[in-house]
Write a protein of this length. Structure first.
Length: 88
């Protein structure tokens, strides 16, 4: 029961060391990173939506659900961009 009520007693996760094969340049500013993330999410949303037109049933519903999650993430990134430059 404590496992569910006291999650802090769980073993801490090992530190995550990402592969250096694909690295985002460390000098890129936050606004540029968010702009690229926004463009990527918009593209992913279109791809999921377009692919959903080719399938039926539960798979279509799943793809449209994924597309909706992508759209929500896109909206959040756009809001973050607006917060960085409210005059823009």
């Amino acid at each position: 029961m404590d496992l569910h009520l006291k999650p802090a007693i769980l073993k801490p996760c090992a530190s995550h060391n990402p592969s250096s094969m694909f690295v985002v340049a460390p000098g890129i500013d936050t606004e540029t990173l968010l702009a690229h993330a926004c463009q990527s999410l918009a593209s992913a949303s279109v791809m999921a939506s377009d692919f959903a037109t080719f399938v039926d049933g539960p798979l279509r519903s799943m793809l449209l659900g994924i597309q909706q999650v992508i759209m929500l993430a896109d909206m959040a990134v756009n809001r973050a961009l607006d917060n960085l430059d409210p005059q823009g």
